[in-house]
Every structure is written in C-alpha cells, then in structure tokens.
Design a protein around this ligand. Structure first.
Ligand SMILES: Nc1ncnc2c1ncn2[C@@H]1O[C@H](COP(=O)(O)OP(=O)(O)OP(=O)(O)O)[C@@H](O)[C@H]1O
Ligand SMILES: [Mg+2]
Length: 234
C-alpha cells in the first residue's frame, strides 16, 4: 500500500461535481506535483484530502483510512496543509502566526520553530514583523512554516509559486526540497507553472476539468512531445 492513496475520489459543491473518479498514490519520501489550469480542481483535491469538501471514494494515509475523519484528526494523523489563500493574521507578528500553527501540535514547539527558522532564515530575522507588511514571498514562507508547526510527515502545498518572482520561486523550491531531504517529509504540491513542477517534482499528475488525465515520472513526460505541447506549452 502506498503512503497516501486516493481511490475513486469525487468531490461536490452542492450539486456541482468538481472532481470525478480521481485516483492517485504517493510513496513515502516522494515529491509529486499536481498540474492543472485555473478551475481544474487542484485546491478541491487538496481540500478533499483535508476533509474540507463533500466527497465520495476513499483516502488512506500511512496505513489508515482518513476519509470521513475530521480535519483536526487528519492534521493529527500527520498531514500539514499550506492552502492557496494563506489566511494569515495580518496584524500579528510572523512568530505569532507560526505559533497559531502549533496550537494542535503534538511535538516540541521550540524545536519546530527552530526548524522553520533554519529553512527560512528571513523569517527569523523578521519574527516581530506584522505579516501585513511582508512581501508575497515572505508570506508564502510564513504559510509553509505554519504548516510545519504541526509536525507533519506529509506536507500539502497549494500553488507555492503563485504571484512570485522567479528568484523567489527558486528559494521556495530549495526549501521544499530541503524539507524532504533534510527533514524526511513527503511533499505534494499543486502548480499551474508546469516548468516549476518539473524541476521540483519526481512525478506529475495532470488534472483537467476535475479529471486526472496523465500521470508519469518527469523523465517519461519529457520524452512525450505531444504531451508537452498539449499540457505544458512548447
Ligand atoms: N466553494 C465552492 N463552491 C462552489 N464551487 C466551487 C467552490 N470552490 C471551487 N468551486 C468550483 O470547483 C471547480 C474547481 O475549483 P478549484 O478551486 O479546485 O480549482 P483550481 O484548480 O484550484 O483553480 P485555481 O488555479 O484558480 O486555484 C471550479 O469549477 C470552481 O468554480
Ligand atoms: Mg486553486
């Protein structure tokens, strides 16, 4: 059994179906990317894993069924989530926003905080700054850091590079890779930026209008010219 396994997941907003019959599996220690355009269902897929959307199908994580559990129990089972809309507290400091993430944490808050500061030295330098006055990249770092404060083994990140300059995207890529290489996390990101996805991830899933279209290793996808043209531009 895979570390994270999604079987025949469908998701609904009222009567509207946003995802149909999605299957996906992630092995421990992988970095995978779910690539898709606006409205493809990327956020819905991550929200579904967190138990935030009405759904059918089954999701297993680390040997247990998590679909049907409450979001707080899903977090306790070891999944951290950095959502698309960060929802940081604008008039609270960087440090206090990070501590909000530690509210349900089982592990040592001080150790988690120093892990976050080692990944993002810029946050350590600015721990008293209000997030309202931070740049977009810095806020993304606070959002990622807050997710790490719950001591996750699997981290879900919705569009880590949205609206960020190429240099900042690279910084985020380096930190995501370090989370896996140095801290042993498994990482699932979503992206519209296929190039970023292909430089960071080992495997890619392509989501289109709520359906999973293609799945493969980055190596395999690079060899398929028609696929590259269809989904990734030239
Ligand atoms: N709260 C909601 N209520 C009703 N429909 C929704 C809701 N959230 C999303 N949808 C619909 O579900 C579909 C998938 O949306 P979703 O936000 O998951 O796409 P996405 O791939 O994350 O897009 P984006 O790149 O713009 O963030 C869209 O058709 C969207 O309009
Ligand atoms: Mg989205």
């Amino acid at each position: 059994m895979s570390y994270l396994e999604i079987k025949s997941l469908s998701a609904y907003y009222g009567k509207a179906q946003a995802l149909s019959d999605i299957s996906l599996s992630v092995e421990k220690g992988e970095i995978i990317a779910i690539v898709g355009a606006n409205g493809a269902g990327k956020s819905t897929l991550l929200d579904s894993i967190m138990g935030l959307v009405r759904q059918t199908g089954q999701i297993d994580f680390d040997g247990s069924v998590i679909s049907g559990k409450s979001t707080s129990n899903i977090v306790k089972s070891g999944i951290g989530y950095a959502p698309e809309r960060f929802n940081l507290f604008p008039y609270m400091s960087v440090k206090d926003n990070l501590l909000v993430g530690a509210f349900t944490a089982k592990a040592d808050t001080a150790a988690n905080l120093s892990q976050v500061y080692s990944l993002f030295p810029r946050l350590a330098e600015r721990e008293t700054q209000e997030t309202a006055t931070q740049s977009g990249g810095e806020r993304q770092m606070v959002s990622l850091g807050r997710a790490l404060m719950t001591s996750p083994n699997l981290l879900l990140v919705d569009e880590p590079t949205i609206g960020l300059a190429p240099k900042v995207c690279q910084e985020i890529a380096v930190s995501l890779r370090r989370m896996r290489d140095d801290f042993g996390l498994t990482v699932v990101i979503t992206e519209q930026n296929a190039n970023f996805a292909m430089t960071l991830a080992e495997r890619i899933y392509v989501l289109e209008a709520g359906k999973m279209q293609v799945e493969g290793t980055v190596e395999d996808l690079r060899k398929d010219n028609r696929l590259i043209e269809a989904y990734f531009g030239t």
